[in-house]
Design a protein around this ligand. Structure first.
Ligand SMILES: CC(C)(COP(=O)(O)OP(=O)(O)OC[C@H]1O[C@@H](n2cnc3c(N)ncnc32)[C@H](O)[C@@H]1OP(=O)(O)O)[C@@H](O)C(=O)NCCC(=O)NCCS
Length: 205
């Protein structure tokens, strides 16, 4: 299978025709894995496309991958969700490209928001880590009730509900732009600090 002809791009209203198939792919893969993936309706997916909050992968006219972003807590948090790759196109690096594009979309549209993802997928954990996400407990993520209601379609929802939205089978991963953009300490930092303190002492600053 060649991936060079596959286009990974921001979705728009012209892609709404693929919404049904995307839901079907999400549903089938949730059934196959037997683990949680929140179910989505085609109207929901279409809305994401129309509002410039989704990324689609196309092989010609065929949709072979998808992901979208959602805003929570009045824009303080943005979730990257619903990552799916057609089973025939897996293990070719397509999810990597979709994840990177979705990350780019979220950072462009919401540069100050904390980005997060909840997942049971090892592949997704790897990709998030490469983008700078850190593992966190679910309590560090949005407290917006509507977000957690989105998990109702997941087979593990009873676990989440029982634990008051703090513990579930999904891992939480968070990208905080304030932490990521903080300047890193260099090897000379302790010497620089010592010099500064010494100068302050001498000149009684
Ligand atoms: C998870 C999924 C999106 C990965 O798509 P993909 O296109 O095959 O992923 P990639 O080829 O870009 O691989 C990314 C990395 O994950 C690894 N990976 C992919 N599938 C994996 C799997 N099933 N188990 C463990 N690692 C996996 C790859 O080896 C690669 O790691 P590397 O760069 O160190 O080699 C795809 O399997 C899928 O759609 N699954 C069903 C839906 C799902 O689970 N979505 C996530 C919900 S949060």
């Amino acid at each position: 299978m060649e991936t060079k002809d596959i286009r990974v791009q921001y979705a728009d209203s012209s892609h709404v025709v693929h919404a049904e198939r995307i839901c079907q792919l999400i549903f089938e893969s949730a059934q196959q894995r037997g683990t949680g993936i929140a179910k989505r309706r085609p109207e929901y997916i279409a809305d994401k496309m129309e509002n410039g909050k989704a990324v689609i992968a196309l092989d010609g006219d065929k949709c072979v991958g998808f992901s979208y972003i959602e805003c929570w807590s009045h824009g303080d948090y943005v979730a990257t969700s619903g990552l799916i790759v057609d089973p025939e196109y897996r293990r070719l690096g397509l999810a990597t490209k979709i994840k990177e594009k979705t990350f780019q979309l979220a950072r462009e549209r919401f540069p100050y928001a904390k980005l997060f993802s909840i997942t049971t997928s090892l592949a997704v954990m790897k990709l998030n880590t490469r983008l700078g996400y850190q593992p966190v407990t679910l309590s560090e993520l949005t407290h917006d009730q509507e977000f957690w209601q989105g998990c109702e379609g997941c087979v593990n929802y009873d676990v989440l509900k029982r634990n008051n939205h703090r513990i579930c089978l999904c891992y939480g991963m968070l990208y905080d732009p304030r932490v990521q953009n903080k300047p890193r300490a260099h090897w000379y930092t302790p010497y620089w600090m010592a010099m500064r303190n010494f100068t302050k002492k001498i000149f009684r600053l």
